[in-house]
Ligand binder design. Structure first.
Ligand code: C2E
Ligand code: MG
Ligand code: MG
Length: 703
């Protein structure tokens, strides 16, 4: 029999205990050693949806399906109290699951160990945590992994690849000219474009590959499970094809291109940092190759980049250290031989690097933005020097200053030019701005607006490097240029390459039709000078007259007033001038002996190259050339002559009558007569008389 007092006491204790449990903010459950539920509080009922009567006596598994057993393992050894609250997934009566935090305690009873678990719903906290985790690892705009998660993913891919001997490729993707592209878009539109591109990139790879966004227009793709390293190229091609598909943006149809650098694990790097760095290096190279290209990493690229970084560091200090200077190269009138202007050319002399040519540092200055302050300095220096020379009483001539793309598209350009003119006091008409063809053709309408504004200041404009871009002639006539600068590439080969000669002639004729003057750049020989002058070219600039000179030396040149010598001969009436070409000096001298009394002016040479130069420098009527010569053979030589100087009369001679060769030459219109060697003296004299008569008739009718 039980003692009624102790019975009452027990009930009181139980009620107290129950009250205590109810006062707990968390759900409390007491289970026995077999995980059967003994006691629960009301909070349990609301949290899990079971009535107390339903729960008691059932296994704890009904609400903690996952880990209750594990959490209780410690109970076998209560001394080792659980160090941290445990976390698990709990399940409600309706089957829905949610995260919980569990704290445990043990009670010794006469029936053995009982366990008290206090359980807290942590789904709110988890949600925040998940958001934090998302924010730390994802790019907000596109939802793609960011650098953090990317590093992690590359690390995992490397581990996996090492275990299964596979390759991993890291592709560094950078959109081409994206800044220019975005400049015309609203913020929202720009975001849409980036989201569209993110989606396209994802569509190019498999589910376990990673597409991450590192910065504004920079994406990285990790391709794992590669069998061949060439497969990375296939992925790159697919990406370029997919990204460049046109898309609609409002009413516009747009296209975006990208450059891709590829680094492979393990060849190009064994760790995440190296792989990323090398893929980026390769991407820079891809950009240099022209846009929309991809490039695998190679060790040589690293050397180049190291050089670039050093160069950039030095360039940043160049202004402060007064290492920059402006040289001047005269521009001469081809009719009068007078100087009509001069071009300002930037020079960089560095203590460690020596003289760095502009072709090496101007692109770098352009990329880094340093060109803006440097360019303004050149403009100021050139205008100030010109003003000084004018004030000293030297001829009033325009100075031509080159503008780089970055400067040209700078919205402040007009203000800068106006300020420099004001500060230096130079009249606007004595400043000419050189703008390259490719700069204006990229965006014709905006370029036109900019050129008109510049022209409005009263400065002159010339189109530099003409012939190297893709000029649309229709646009050309709308631009307010006064002058075309024919690119050096046509000038260099104009005397011996019929293609260049034809282009040069066409450029001159077309420019004159559009009322533009033409200046030929890079004239180095008398032949080039005369040939172009005879074609009607207006002006020249080149080493033939003068290299670019330091400020001091250039001043000397204008003080001396040196002029370009324009030979009267090539302008005047033709005398009977003969050119002999033969690789055997003996043949040449014997022919000269035979002809020395005939009243001809005779030039002779043993090779085709000199032949071209002589033809360009002198008005030659008849060309007599051997067919078999080392280097360029006589047929090729004569047929080029026939295209560059169609007015000449051309005679071929050869030791053996190679019929097919001669027939070809005749068919190509290259020759007038053919002579077999040795040529009989009288025959030679007679043929030449006829040939000159023929020339004079042709010359008269073509004049
Ligand atoms: P550019 O404007 O076409 O300048 C003409 C280049 O041809 C100059 O090269 C000049 O020295 C060179 N040249 C002149 N005559 C001859 C010749 O007879 N033979 C040969 N082989 N070359 C000749 P430079 O000074 O090396 O300049 C190269 C380019 O760098 C320039 O080409 C121009 O695009 C750029 N540059 C030079 N100074 C500046 C500057 O102040 N600002 C900008 N933005 N670009 C500049
Ligand atoms: Mg120039
Ligand atoms: Mg040029």
């Amino acid at each position: 029999m039980q003692n009624p007092d102790s019975d009452k006491e027990l009930r009181q204790n139980e009620a107290r205990f129950q009250k205590l449990l109810e006062s707990f903010p968390d759900c409390v459950v007491v289970v026995d050693q077999n995980y059967l539920i003994l006691i629960v509080n009301r909070r349990f009922e609301t949290m899990f949806g079971y009535d107390r009567s339903e729960a008691i006596g059932r296994s704890a598994e009904i609400f903690l399906p996952e880990r209750f057993g594990l959490l209780l393992d410690w109970a076998g050894d209560p001394e080792t109290a659980m160090p941290h609250p445990g976390e698990s997934i709990a399940r409600r009566k309706n089957g829905s699951e949610f995260p919980v935090e569990i704290k445990l305690g043990a009670i010794e009873t006469t029936d053995g160990m009982e366990i008290v678990a206090s359980i807290r719903d942590i789904s709110e906290g988890k949600k925040n945590e998940a958001q934090l985790e998302y924010r730390a690892n994802r790019d907000g705009l596109t939802g793609l992994p960011n650098r953090n998660l990317l590093v992690d993913r590359i690390g995992q891919a490397i581990l996996h690849a090492e275990r299964f001997s596979q390759r991993v490729a890291v592709l560094f993707v950078d959109l081409d000219r994206f800044k220019y592209f975005m400049a015309g878009l609203s913020h929202e539109m720009g975001d849409l474009v980036l989201q569209e591109i993110a989606g396209r990139l994802k569509s190019c790879v498999r589910i376990n590959d990673t597409v991450a966004r590192l910065g504004n227009d920079v994406f990285v793709i990790v391709v794992s499970h590669l069998r061949e390293s060439e497969d990375a190229a296939k992925v790159a091609q697919k990406i370029q094809k997919t990204v460049s598909r046109p898309f609609k943006l409002g009413t516009r149809i747009c296209e975006v291109f990208c450059s891709i650098g590829i680094a492979l694990h393990p060849k190009d790097g064994k760790d995440v940092r190296t792989l990323l760095k090398n893929a980026e290096v390769a991407m820079f190279r891809a950009k240099e190759n022209g846009r929309n290209c991809f490039q695998y990493f190679t060790e040589q690229l690293n050397d180049r980049i190291a050089v670039r970084i050093t160069l950039e560091r030095y360039l940043r200090q160049s202004m402060e250290n007064r290492e920059l200077s402006v040289h001047y190269q005269p521009q001469m009138d081809l009719r009068t031989g007078r100087m009509i202007g001069f071009e300002a050319l930037l020079r960089w002399q560095n203590l460690d690097l020596g003289m760095v040519p502009p072709d090496r540092f101007i692109p770098l200055a352009e990329e880094t933005g340093l060109i803006v302050p440097i360019g303004e300095w050149v403009l100021h220096t050139a205008c100030a020097d010109n003003k000084r020379w004018q004030e000293a009483g030297h001829p009033l001539l325009p100075v031509a200053v080159n503008l780089s793309p970055r400067q040209f598209w700078d919205p402040d350009l007009v203000k800068i030019v106006a300020r420099v003119l004001r500060d230096t006091g130079l009249e606007p008409r004595y400043l000419e701005l050189e703008i390259t063809e490719s700069m204006v053709m990229r965006d014709v309408e905006n370029a036109l607006a900019m050129l008109r504004e510049l022209k409005g200041l009263g400065v002159e404009l010339s189109m530099d490097d003409f012939g190297t871009g893709y000029s649309n002639l229709n646009h050309l006539k709308r631009f307010p240029f006064g002058k075309l600068k024919m690119d050096i590439t046509f000038v260099r080969d104009v005397t011996h390459d019929p293609g260049c000669a034809a282009i040069a002639k066409t450029i001159i004729a077309m420019a004159h039709n559009l009322n533009l003057r033409v200046i030929a750049e890079g004239i180095e020989t008398e032949g080039q000078l005369n040939y172009l002058r005879l074609q009607g070219c207006d002006e020249m600039q080149g080493f033939y007259f003068s290299r670019p000179l330091s400020c001091h030396d250039f001043e000397q040149l204008i003080v001396e007033g040196r002029r370009l010598y324009v030979s009267e001969e090539s302008k005047g009436s033709p005398e009977r001038t003969l050119l002999l070409v033969d690789d055997e000096p003996n043949t040449l001298s014997s022919m000269q002996r035979v002809l020395h009394d005939e009243g001809y002016r005779i030039f002779s040479t043993t090779n085709a190259d000199d032949g071209f130069e002589l033809l360009a420098t002198n008005r030659i009527g008849v060309v007599l050339s051997d067919l078999r010569m080392p280097g360029m053979d006589g047929i090729e030589f004569l047929s080029r002559v026939s295209r560059i100087h169609p007015e000449t009369v051309r005679i071929a001679m050869s030791g053996y009558a190679d019929l097919s060769m001669v027939t070809e030459a005749i068919n190509r219109g290259a020759i007038y007569k053919f002579l077999t060697k040795p040529v009989e003296n009288e025959m030679l004299r007679k043929i030449l008389i006829n040939a000159f008569e023929h020339f004079e008739i042709l010359y008269q009718t073509n004049k």
